[in-house]
Design a protein around this ligand. Sequence first.
Ligand code: FMN
Length: 362
Amino acid sequence: MMAAPAIRTRITSLFGCKYPLILPGMSWISDPNLVSAVSNAGGVGILATGPLSADETRNAIRTIRSNTDKPFGIGTTLLMPGAEANAKVAIEEQVPIINISLGKGDWIAERVHEYNGKILATVTNAKHAQSAIDSGADALMLTGHEAAAHGGDVTSLVLIPCISKRFPDVPIVAAGGFADGRTLSAAIALGADAVAMGSRFATTKESSLAHQMKEIIANPELSGGSTEADTIYGKNFDGIPARVLKSAESSRLNKKPASLPLVIYRAFNAAQKMNIPLYKVIPGLITQFDKMYMVAQFGAATESLMKATVDGNYDEGVQFIGQSQGLIEDIPAVDELVQRIILEAIETSSQTYETLSEKRMT
Ligand SMILES: Cc1cc2nc3c(=O)[nH]c(=O)nc-3n(C[C@H](O)[C@H](O)[C@H](O)COP(=O)(O)O)c2cc1C
């Protein structure tokens, strides 16, 4: 079959990729294997560095470089311990795209621009979009309410046109609710220049999401249900409003959050597993309790998230997933998926054009 033609948007021009499809950072999933598969297929893979130490980040970047000569990025959640160290490694390694979230990255932007790298800032509203642009972001990733994990309050359907109208000169990646060619075509119509797909790329052959979870997401009849309606959005999972797969454990947590001592105990456990020394955690917990409590909840969630994502334990774990799981019915290879989505988007756009021009003539 002929390969889908290259698509030119402000994002494909900025990042130097063939197709406007991004793999966003997903802990334990957006690893060197999946990142290079997406970049080799013509999109842009973004490495998740949340669970990685600085040395592991450097090794992962080098592995990606040995698998692909195509553009790729790394994601860094600035609020988290270890994020700065990982960003410094990415700068030393001159990673082409740095995706920053939950924090201001002025110093990162300054240094990344010195080697002509690009900054993609993840935001969920206009205020944070403005602040990211002021801090040197070259493009925005807008995360709508439909998204897996930390989508904002506003749905992609409204968020994308509002932000693209307000910041017409800034290229936009739409995240949250995009999983096929029709939704890609819709995103472009709304003012986006690319889509980031978490749920969809997580359920591909190359993804290291636990096989049991992939099967449940692609086959709703295997679990209590994994249709577009079977997610829960709440703040009891990791302290920040997040969307997860509905299950016995996520329903229970949604009603009753973990107690404070349990959160702190699990956070210390997670810090130890990630080799973060306690002397870095304890002072913050005392002097900036609110912020550190949020970070503690984030760290404490590691155990239940890993149970689902890594171990495939649907009953006892918590799985980030978006409403777009309703569009997922198979587990294809990345390259096959990318080709299918681009061809379907082109087909959808021409059907939309035909429909609207016929209506105009009658
Ligand atoms: C399985 C899975 C794990 C994720 N893990 C993270 C994560 O560790 N950190 C994060 O900021 N976002 C995470 N996300 C969210 C994605 O980065 C992205 O914003 C989201 O998937 C977009 O919505 P979609 O799932 O509808 O495509 C995760 C998403 C999924 C599906």
